[in-house]
Design a protein around this ligand. Structure first.
Ligand code: ADP
Ligand code: MG
Ligand code: ZN
Length: 614
């Protein structure tokens, strides 16, 4: 049999023609090649990594239809809009359509007029739909947000379990490809097992996107920081995540009172209120979205310039997913986590509130602990993140995270470390951070006296510091691997082998000066102690005016077409135009993100702008 396998070169040509991108990203190339070879494929890439292209481009090269399983209606609509704008025939079927519209789309698919069809997983459970699908030539089923199949994931959806029976019931089994940003081993196992991927090629790539400047700020006045940041970031779109509805409402009201066009989103609002504010954000009518983690899975908005976490999220998976909504277009963007120890209490409370089995609970506490360690980490935050997900990275620090930019001097903390470690040792490694701190502080609290800890030689040895400062210091030692916490609701601090070396005087502890000495004077906006701490990610002033004018042209087009502006061209594309100043069609087509169809549809007003500029 002479099977024709499309080549990677063909794929690359289509990428240029439709998307206007000259090259695949590293991970995309491997995934596309694997799919073109007909292998089941699992692609793990961060939010903004470019998962859609991984199945959309192969869809163009394969005969018949690619069926995309997508969890959210808004997500489907966005993707289909974007595809149609580029000149690719795609459609979705979901509950917003009438029966007549659904039938029309199925007929179009039967006539071979569609390359991609998006549906929610629930649809696979409907008999009539399965029947219709078995009459079609389906060459690939692509499962987006595939972590939803796993109970360990954060968005478990029962109907994702219907994917595998559906795929295997088809007259000819298509290739199955699954995509997600969640890379933990449990979730990976579940995806392979529950979707029944057949001997899949697995690709984990690019979690550390180098356009993202990660920061953790401890000891800031959170509200002042946010007011200040939002005000100094002009019209740039951003998301502020808070843990509770109440905090969302508070921050939202404060921003509004200060004349900042903000929107809010949480589960306490009506469907229509939520939809309205999501739309307004997508269309750049409002600039800042204040939201709980209920917001975001459906957001493919590419020009989000910052994501600020008002509170620490529950785990690294959630953090990376949420923070990763910044800078999907590859432009420099900020991911700022405002940490306070109170956040730990909130997260523990949430774990306890949620009825679940012990095994799962233990797992959540463990993940929470790892999140806390990230917040206290003194080393490069990108390393910390990649290490967490087990992705290899170079030994070169990122240079732009808050740890890398931290200019405070390294000081010798060996003596402090010895005092703390020795106290923990004397307390027999059976108590938590706060009791250890009380003892070191020399507190008279009931528990201290009850256990007779006031007679320990380390009692009161750190009385010049506050208990809060002492526990912060202990947390830094935990994050740096000298100490470890046991799992569970009331974790106990234990010494690690490295701590024993310190106690024996065999290891010197060098650390950044503890937070409290510098943070107080630093005030808002990360203060002066951090190099380049203005969080300025804007371009030079000259391009800025051109860029602004291009944005206005885009806005007009977007309003005319009733699509979000980034679907016309994203910020990265406008940015490149504003530096290159293309004055011919050929020059325009060389700009990343300007494909042939888009050029024909939208290119002319931009071209004319540059021609008139000359
Ligand atoms: P994900 O689904 O992984 O979160 P998307 O598929 O939405 O990410 O892609 C994120 C952004 O990256 C989009 O704006 C997309 O156009 C852009 N992108 C994807 N692949 C490339 C590429 N090869 N070159 C340039 N930009 C790309
Ligand atoms: Mg996606
Ligand atoms: Zn770094």
């Amino acid at each position: 049999m002479n099977v024709h396998i499309p080549t990677l070169e063909q794929a690359q040509q289509l990428l240029q023609k439709y998307y206007g991108y000259p090259d695949f990203r590293e991970g995309q190339r491997k995934i596309v090649a694997s799919m073109l070879n007909g292998a089941d494929t699992l692609g793990i890439m961060p939010t903004g990594g470019g998962k859609s292209i991984c199945y959309q481009v192969p869809a163009l090269l394969q005969p018949g239809l690619t069926l995309v399983i997508s969890p959210l209606i808004s997500l489907m609509k966005d993707q289909v809009d974007a595809l149609i704008t580029m000149g690719i025939s795609a459609a979705f079927i979901n509950s917003t359509l009438s029966g007549k519209e659904v039938n029309e789309r199925i007929r179009a698919a039967k006539r071979g007029e569609l390359k991609l069809l998006y549906v929610a997983p629930e649809r696979l459970e409907l008999d009539w739909f399965r029947e219709e699908m078995s009459g079609l030539e389906i060459s690939c089923v692509a499962v987006d947000e595939a972590h939803c199949v796993s109970q360990w994931g954060h968005d478990f959806r029962t109907s994702y379990l219907a994917v595998s029976p559906f795929v295997n019931s088809l007259p000819r089994r298509p290739i199955l490809a699954a995509f997600t940003a969640t890379a933990t081993p449990e979730v990976m196992d579940d995806m392979i097992r529950l979707l029944r991927l057949n001997d899949p090629s697995v690709f984990v790539t690019g979690l550390g996107r180098d356009n993202l400047a990660m920061s953790v700020l401890r000891g800031e006045n959170k509200r002042d920081f946010i007011m200040n940041y939002v005000t100094t970031h002009g019209h740039q779109p951003g998301i502020i995540y808070a843990a509770t509805r109440k905090e969302v409402d508070d921050m939202y009201n404060r921003l509004r009172q200060n004349g900042i066009p903000a929107g809010r989103y949480h589960a306490g609002l009506s469907d229509s209120e939520r939809e309205e504010s999501q739309e307004a954000f997508l269309y750049d009518d409002i600039r800042v979205m204040v939201a709980t983690n209920a917001f975001g899975m459906g957001i493919d908005k590419s020009n989000v310039r910052y994501v600020i976490h008002y509170n620490m999220p529950k785990n690294m998976e959630a953090y990376v997913q949420e923070a990763g909504r910044a800078g999907r277009d590859g432009e420099p963007s900020d991911c700022i986590l405002l940490f306070s120890p109170q956040d730990i209490m909130t997260q523990k409370f949430l774990i306890e509130q949620n009825p679940q089995d012990e095994n799962r609970k233990r797992n959540e506490y463990k993940k929470l602990q790892q999140m806390i360690e990230y917040c206290y980490s003194n080393s490069c935050l990108r390393w910390a993140m990649l290490d967490y997900f087990g992705e290899a990275h170079s030994r070169e620090a990122c240079g732009i995270c808050s740890s890398c930019r931290d200019e405070r001097e390294l000081v010798d903390m060996t003596v402090d470390a010895q005092i703390i470690f020795s106290c923990i040792h004397r307390m027999r490694e059976r108590f938590g951070v706060s009791l250890v701190s009380s003892v070191l502080k020399g507190s008279q609290n009931k528990k201290v006296l009850q256990y007779g800890f006031d007679s320990l030689p380390t009692y009161g040895m750190m009385r010049r510091r506050t208990e809060k400062e002492i526990s912060e210091l202990i947390n830094v030692f935990i994050a740096e691997g000298y100490l470890a916490l046991s799992e569970g609701q009331y974790p106990v601090v234990r010494l690690q082998p490295l701590a024993a070396d310190v106690l024996r005087g065999q290891h010197q502890v060098m650390m950044r000066a503890p937070e409290h000495s510098a943070a107080k004077s630093a005030g808002t906006a990360a203060g002066s102690r951090r190099r380049g701490a203005s969080y300025d990610n804007g371009p030079s002033a000259v391009n800025e005016t051109v860029f602004e004018q291009l944005r206005l042209i885009r806005r007009d087009l977007a309003e005319k077409e009733r699509v979000p502006s980034y679907i016309i061209f994203n910020d990265a594309t406008l940015r490149e135009m504003s530096t290159v100043c293309p004055t011919s069609e050929a020059e325009m087509l060389r700009i990343k993100g300007v494909g042939e169809v888009k050029y024909r549809k939208y290119g002319v007003p931009f071209l004319e702008f540059f021609q008139n500029m000359e």
